[in-house]
Design a protein around this ligand. Sequence first.
Ligand code: IFM
Length: 452
Amino acid sequence: MGFRKDFVWGAATSAYQIEGGAGEDGKGMDIWDVFCKEPGRVYEGHSGDVACDHYHRYKEDVQIMKEMGLKAYRFSINWSRVLPDGTGKVNEKGINFYDRLVDELLGAGIEPYITLYHCELPYEIYKRGGWMNREIVEWFGEYAALVAERFSDRVTHFFTLNEPQCFIGLGFLNGAHAPGLKAPLRDTFTMAHHALMAHGRAVQQLRAHAKQPVEIGYAPTCGMAYPETDKKEDIEAARKSLFAIPDVSNWSWNVAWWSDPVIFGAYPEEGMELYGPWLPEIKDSDMELISQPIDIYGQNIYNGRCVRMGENGEPENVSRYEGFPKAANSWPVTPEALYWGPKFLYERYKKPFYITENGISCHDSVSLDGKVHDPSRIDFLERYLSALKSAASDGVDIRGYFQWSLMDNFEWNSGYSERFGLIYVDYQTQERIWKDSAYWYRDLIMKNGEKE
Ligand code: IFM
């Protein structure tokens, strides 16, 4: 078995993290433009003003993708580039950039997968209350309609929201990401509810304005859970742990709260009880909107926790041994997450499944031979993709895999200090250098994920 013949081998990026071109050609400001200028917010004051200068170098970047053999490329549109105020007047020059990108991709035989929202909230929308203002549901719908109108003649795959766990949790609960707020808990639940409604409205609008049949999905994230052993009770413990409702202080780091409503049209009961005191009014019509049928389910997966069934019959986390493998940013390396995560999620949500992000930050640098050797990334990919292949062999309907990331880029509050790319970016010259892992991935794609 293994990967399907038409498996979608891809790589992903997001607009603010690679484009640069800040303020160019009529782009409106987004919350990251503003956040990065605030002292102490981002590592060494870095910003996405120039980033990988993809706004000007997209042709070179698409050529790299072509040489890598990518079947698909997942990128986000920066809402404020096409609608500088978030609503109202369309910026044709912004549309034109994405038009050229889409055409370049199609010309190279690469399928574009568009993400509508990857942390790029227009600042004008933020000033009007952002996610707190219920009107954002319609504003986001208007934006989705525009994207469908202008791109769905050539693009057939869309994801609505990327990682709501992070743009609400990091943006408004702990304030590490833009706009850097520590909002009252009640407000964070209201924003989350509006974000989910905005997702639903976008699904409606994408379908209503699509020029041909399209596939629409959602791209949440979270740590996965995997069992310590193959014993039935450990597997059950991991499954239970994955969909458990966390304590309210860290509530957004949660699978079920973000995905159950989208698929089942209801928040999990346990969460309704635990979070009850902080919840906004939730109408039946809200839930109907949130659960507009989607075609595909995406999940960003980087790692997971090891879980076993405790003596008290409840799941317990197994502590990691000393010296446990980790990435440059200290995230644990847990390939099991790419087997058990898709398995548990597919079992529960039963939708054709995509890994919309997966990758590793490494301490990459250019060696004396002028090359970038990144054996840890190759090892990571080999382990994780072999786990994913086992999940596919065991019946999970896995349609595709998007490596994060095509190239090094602006890693939010860590600036350029983290390198997640297959392609090394020299930020002084904007030179792109293929890392060893990029060649490795190219070869793997050629063999459709088989070793030989
Ligand atoms: O860079 C981010 C991306 O924007 C969202 N998912 C996780 C990546 C690595 O932190």
